[in-house]
Design a protein around this ligand. Structure first.
Ligand SMILES: Cc1ncc(COP(=O)(O)O)c(C=O)c1O
Length: 397
């Protein structure tokens, strides 16, 4: 198996040879090739979801899941302050009002954090399974049920992660995955929605294609039960995603093995600790997440690892993934008037008090795990990391 190669080319060529780049209709022209449908079937088989629907990106998947779950104008939705910003933008574009709650060393929203953030206007929770592994689902499900909150999941970074045998994305009303270039499997660009509820699925697939009901082979005569927009995935992207999805087990196993190898080496470093996962067995293996004792030491370590040629993510100062850097969000800058401008923000985003989050993300570094590393490369990497981290930690009581 190439990580990327003959299998992807074969699927893309099927599409190019028929010339049918559109995922719906044209039954005769497509000569039996339905790449988006086949990708959806692979995702159903892998995750155990009753329904799956491919869309144009992880961001549009979040938007479709939100809309189909009935979350929109004026609804307060609890979100994490540590995430790629896409789900926060999804809430805002859908007319919702993000309410930030605490994450902890498991890098996801916590049940206690959610509970503290609830107000009489809270409608839902948009849970983000960060850095390849699941949130603490038993506790989160309990609070969502007890407080009657609609749970939706952004598993954009966590396809391949499971919690007690159940795929992330399937705990709430619906879940979203990303197939962008940086994910465990990719379509170039793409996303996927999953749900176990037929009615939610219908709304997802209709909303993602201008409300079309997708019944029959005459697009011009289809009914439109709802309004929607275009979040469709093309057959070309689906072809790449399909070939990739068929490799996810092998990619995940290789990532898990490499991660275990590196983690066992770095475990010898005194003062370093690792992400406590509520179900480590279900980890997708995409990131090794580790902590320094405090924020200044982590910043120093990230800097010195960079100087030594080791690229770790230090999210605390990174522009994309952490609220501290989201000046545009704090100022609610957008070229058009959103619901939040009219209704007002439910929190003062510039002055949030989230001490646990600051403590966790300030100490966190994440190493992206590559499938292609040889044992020799990993040995070299571990030697460099051990040298740098031990020297930063030396003298720290
Ligand atoms: C948690 C999360 N949600 C959503 C997205 C958006 O996915 P996409 O880039 O496919 O739009 C990302 C992308 O990195 C992500 O990390």
């Amino acid at each position: 198996m190439d990580l990327f190669g003959a299998e992807e080319r074969k699927e893309v060529n099927d599409v190019l040879e028929t010339g049918c780049l559109f995922r719906y209709n044209h039954d005769a022209m497509r000569q039996g090739h339905w790449k988006a449908r086949d990708l959806e079937a692979e995702v159903r088989a892998f995750t155990g979801a009753a329904h799956a629907h491919a869309v144009s990106s992880g961001s549009t998947a979040v938007a479709a899941v939100m809309a189909a779950s009935g979350l929109g104008f004026g609804d307060e939705i609890i979100v994490p302050p540590f995430t790629y910003i896409a789900p926060i933008e999804g809430v805002l574009l859908g007319g919702g009002l993000p309410v930030f709650a605490e994450v902890d060393d498991n890098l996801c929203l916590t049940a206690e954090g959610i509970e503290q953030a609830i107000t009489p206007n809270t409608k839902g929770v948009l849970l983000v399974h960060m850095c390849g592994a699941a949130a603490d689902m038993d506790a989160i499900m309990e609070v969502c049920k007890r407080r009657n909150l609609t749970l939706i999941e952004d598993a954009g970074q966590a396809l391949g992660a499971f919690y007690k045998g159940k795929s992330v994305g399937l705990f709430g009303k619906a879940g979203a995955y990303s197939f962008d270039f940086f994910k465990i499997v990719t379509a170039g660009e793409g996303g996927l929605c999953v749900t176990n509820e037929k009615e939610i699925y219908d709304h997802i697939q209709q909303f993602s294609d201008h409300g079309h009901d997708h019944i029959g082979d005459n697009r011009g005569m289809e009914q439109h039960p709802i309004l929607g927009t275009n979040f469709r995935m093309s057959e070309l992207h689906a072809a790449v995603g399909l070939a990739q999805m068929r490799k996810i087990d092998r990619i995940r196993n290789a990532k898990r093995a490499n991660k275990a190898y590196i983690k066992s080496r770095l475990s010898a470093i005194e003062g370093l600790s690792f992400r406590p996962m509520p179900d480590a067995e279900g980890d997708s293996g995409t990131f090794l997440n580790f902590f320094m004792p405090d924020q200044p030491l982590a910043e120093k370590a990230a800097h010195e690892l960079g100087n030594a040629g080791v690229g770790v993510n230090y999210w605390f100062t990174n522009q994309y993934h952490f609220i501290n850097q989201w000046a545009h969000l704090k100022a609610l800058k957008s070229p058009f008037k959103m619901a939040i401008h009219q209704l007002g923000a439910p929190q003062d985003y510039a002055n949030l008090h989230l001490p646990q989050t600051q403590h966790s993300i300030g100490r966190l570094m994440s190493l992206g795990i590559k499938v292609t590393w040889s044992e020799k490369e990993m040995d070299e990497l571990c030697a460099t990391m051990t040298r740098v981290l031990s020297s930063v930690l030396a003298g720290h009581a």
